[in-house]
Ligand binder design. Structure first.
Ligand code: SAM
Length: 846
């Protein structure tokens, strides 16, 4: 008899995914019997049911073997394996197969001595070696569009849970389709238990990498047997513990994962079919849950409050919960907890897939490396920082959110509808930039705004009763109390920023938003700000990474002006490694000012330091008509008081033929060190510090501001004096290194820099008399013109991490005619020029 073409087709389909006929045959037979020869069910979605059943068969055999090996005590259960197993159990196991090497599973018992009780395991769910060795094709088979389909219906709504469920995808419209129509009644559901078609699709044409799926290779087990909310069956990510599988108290052998499958899964919503249309299924499923329904379900129900079954909040926290933050590839984050306080964080990262050199690092290795990374890259400055603690904090935070605040959360949620509109009308809304889809303001009344995200692993600390409510992967944690007080935490969770207890202005809010990077992305590095002293925010200014002309200043940057002898037009690559010294080093004694490590050469640096600090070696040059004096507009023109002659650096630039990364281009490449703007404790206001150790001669930053003529600055200063006098001023600098050379300067050629309104981080560098750790060196980049140059700060000595960076403003504290505001110096230096004159008139000091 000719073979049934449907059978042949089934064989072919299975062969295409690496399953041979021998395996297919018996399973197909069973299925045909079970489905009463309803081929359509078997053929649906490219024989997915068949493929699943084959996997099940494999699993059962392995379990059977194991059980047989375990002796007779499991004999009764062995019969169970004759039945095709529940697809969901398979799914769970497969998730493990695909991901063991690429997922980090960390329980709350993270070796910190305060370990939580170990969850117990189901022996029969421990993944076996065979199941971990499926063919790549089989693994791909499991990688249908599951992760992109699930549970994201609520994206348009605010999630009720503090965890962001699902970062992408759409509602699963195939949900109904994925169930045979007769399976959609609760009764039939049970008769078909184990046959619920998975949402995974056997689609050889769409072989997404297996890690597209979130990892569920986690098992939580409570001491009690906890039934699983059946509605989760419909979620492609759902991992459901079969209700009749008993727990044991056995711990897994050391070489096996401690957790295998969560006993419950929180999902943000039912699929459409369940949440809206088909309440019968939902009700019946709900009915299958016992009173110990996990809180997870409550979240679900709360979100769908309007149109579906109300949640039962009783007993809400008696069971385990799993919240999954299923982010876009490449990483999926899952967080689970049990009523016993066990919390599990699981991060699946697919970026290592396909790397031939992949190996499993040890946990110690991983934590150490991560710790170093945090300290180095994330500017975490707490020496006691530990990754374990960070993760533990995250677990605690999760528990807190999921327990204490849940009711409050729901209540707040109810207020959102009315208050969001109010917020949208407020300038604060736009100032915060929360209008985008990422940030969800959740409670706005009496100037109270909660914005929260879980992008950081720190434990957010919120003042008063404020609890974080919504999730956004990109926003900062900003929590504004109804009294206007704000606490704000970023990725460095220990970095508490205390902000004013008054109604925040849009500027302040904007600053809060930028606390992680005061440069707003203008620099290559991020520069955070931190106030651990009081409620003050940094002053408002516009961050600019390069000087900008205000109005009348005259800068000549023409290419024709740069003569051949002023640039190295015949150099190649890195001038520093060339055997001949190029013309750009001419002005520094035919030696480059920089070393190959990018530091200022020691002898050159020393010269600069001495020229600035040592009065004996200082060389003052005097103008015939001093622009500084002229700008004073006094009746009688005072003679020039002298300008310091300084050494300067000439960097290679665009007209040079060398490489952009030539070692003689340091300042023009911008800030590279890890800096932080912080509020000083000595009363100097804001200051700048380094977060890392800086060797002597390191370029820190340039003094950037508006380029003004001297006259313009003078006019500004007059206005400033008329204004509020008790505010801290920035300290404009004169670009006067070469004034002497040409005698009288034209007004537009005498330049200075004012960083008050437009500037960079250098505007926060405080003054220190004489022994400051920074030295300013004029650096010529674009122009050989002597009137304009960059004022660059280099370390005058090795500077330790967290040390404040200071420079000597060169203030003469006795000069009452000083065009700049004089302040009472609090530099603390033993050489303080202000300290030596305690009798100085108070009126001249601020
Ligand atoms: C360039 S700004 C530095 C940043 C400033 N601390 C702030 O909070 O914005 C200069 C101002 O800082 C303050 N300042 C700088 N160095 C100081 C010192 N050694 N003692 C006291 N105040 C100082 C003075 O108010 C000065 O006008």
């Amino acid at each position: 008899m000719a073979p049934n073409p449907r059978v042949l087709k089934a064989f072919r389909a299975m062969k295409a995914i690496g399953i041979n006929e021998d395996k297919v045959k018996p399973v197909l037979k069973k299925l045909l019997k079970l489905y009463d020869k309803n081929w359509e069910l078997i053929e649906e979605e490219n024989y997915r049911v068949l493929a699943d059943a084959i996997f099940d068969d494999d699993d059962s055999k392995v379990s059977e073997e194991k059980e047989n090996a375990n002796g007779e005590e499991f004999a009764d259960e062995a019969e169970v394996h004759d039945e095709p197993e529940r697809p969901l159990k398979r799914l769970r196991l497969r998730s493990q197969e695909g991901q063991p090497s690429s997922s980090l599973n960390i329980s709350n018992s993270m070796g910190d001595g305060t370990s939580l009780r170990k969850p117990k395991l189901e022996d029969e769910e421990i993944p076996d070696k065979n199941s971990l060795q499926r063919s790549p094709d089989m693994m791909k088979l499991q990688s249908g569009p599951v992760s992109t389909q699930s549970h994201t219906r609520n994206m348009g709504k605010q999630p009720a849970s503090p965890i962001h469920f699902g970062a992408q995808g759409s509602p699963n419209p195939s949900m109904d389709r994925s169930l045979p129509s007769d399976l959609q009644s609760p009764q039939v559901w049970h008769s078909y238990k184990g046959k619920e078609p998975l949402l995974l699709q056997v689609a050889p044409t769409e072989k997404r990498p297996i890690v597209d799926r979130p990892c569920h290779a986690v098992r939580f087990k409570d001491t009690e047997s906890v039934p699983i909310p059946k509605q989760k069956v419909h979620d492609s990510h759902a991992l459901i513990k079969p209700k009749d599988e008993p727990y044991t108290d056995d711990f897994p052998p050391d070489d096996l994962p401690r957790y295998e499958v969560p006993i419950a899964v929180i999902r943000p919503a039912f699929p459409d079919s369940l949440s809206k249309g088909d309440n019968s299924i939902r009700s019946s499923l709900k009915g299958k849950r016992n009173d110990q329904e996990p809180l997870a379900s409550n979240f679900v129900a709360e979100e769908d409050r309007g149109d579906s079954i109300p949640a039962s909040s009783n007993n809400a926290r008696t069971n385990s919960e799993l919240a999954a933050v299923l982010e876009e590839s490449p990483a999926n984050l899952e967080i689970a907890s049990s009523s016993l306080g066990e919390v599990k964080i699981s991060l699946s990262c697919n970026s290592m897939l396909g790397r031939p050199n992949f190996h499993m690092p040890s946990q110690d290795e991983l934590l150490k490396s991560m710790q170093e990374k945090c300290l180095r890259s994330y500017k975490i400055i707490d020496p006691n920082f530990s990754v374990l603690k960070m993760l533990k904090d995250m677990c605690e935070c999760f528990l807190e959110l999921a327990t204490d605040s849940s009711h409050e959360t729901q209540e707040r949620l109810m207020n959102v509808t009315t208050s969001v509109d109010a917020l949208k009308k407020s300038p604060v809304y736009s100032a915060l930039g929360v209008g985008g889809s990422n940030c969800i303001p959740l409670n706005i009344s009496n100037s109270s705004i909660d914005i929260h995200c879980f992008s950081q692993f720190g434990r957010p600390q919120f003042p008063g009763q404020i609890q974080p409510l919504s999730v956004d992967a990109h926003c900062l944690n900003v929590s504004v109390e109804s009294n206007g007080g704000v606490e704000l935490r970023g990725p460095e969770s220990h970095q508490l920023v205390v902000v004013p207890q008054h109604q925040l202005t849009p500027e302040e809010l904007r600053l809060l938003y930028d606390f992680n990077d005061i440069t707003k992305g203008e620099e290559i590095v991020e520069i955070s700000w931190l106030n651990e002293i009081n409620n003050e925010c940094p002053p408002h200014f516009v961050y600019i990474p390069h000087n900008l002309v205000y109005q009348n200043a005259y800068l000549r940057f023409t290419l024709s002006q740069i003569k051949v002898e002023d640039c190295c037009s015949s150099c190649i690559g890195d001038c520093l490694s060339s055997t001949t010294v190029c013309v750009c080093a001419r002005e520094t004694g035919h030696k480059f000012a920089y070393t190959s490590e990018g530091l200022v050469r020691e002898d050159f640096l020393e010269d600069c330091i001495y020229m600035t600090r040592d009065p004996q070696r200082q060389c003052l040059l005097y103008c015939k008509v001093c622009p500084l004096e002229s700008a004073k507009n006094d009746e009688i023109l005072e003679p020039c008081k002298g300008h310091l002659k300084r050494a300067y650096i000439k960097e290679c630039w665009s007209k040079c033929a060398c490489h952009k990364r030539c070692g003689n281009r340091i300042v023009q490449r911008g800030i590279r060190c890890k800096l932080q703007v912080f509020f000083t404790s000595e009363g100097k206001g804001w200051g700048l510090r380094t977060l890392e150790k800086l060797p002597k001669g390191t370029f820190v930053c340039e003094y950037v501001g508006e380029i003004l003529t001297n006259k313009e600055l003078h006019e500004r200063n007059i206005k400033r004096r008329r204004g509020i006098n008790n505010e801290r001023h920035t300290y404009p600098v004169l670009l006067d290194a070469y004034w002497c050379l040409k005698g009288a300067l034209k007004e537009e050629e005498a330049l200075c820099l004012d960083p008050t309104f437009y500037g960079n981080v250098a505007r926060f560098i405080n003054h220190r008399c004489l022994d400051a750790n920074l030295i300013e060196i004029p650096v010529k980049v674009e122009t050989p013109d002597h009137h304009y140059y960059h004022l660059a700060f280099f370390t005058a000595r090795e500077v330790n991490a967290l040390e404040e960076l200071t420079w000597d403003y060169g203030i003469d504290f006795d000069d009452n005619d000083n065009p700049m505001e004089v302040f009472r110096c609090l530099c603390g230096s033993k050489f303080c020029r202000n300290m030596k004159r305690p009798n100085r008139s108070k009126s001249s000091l601020r």
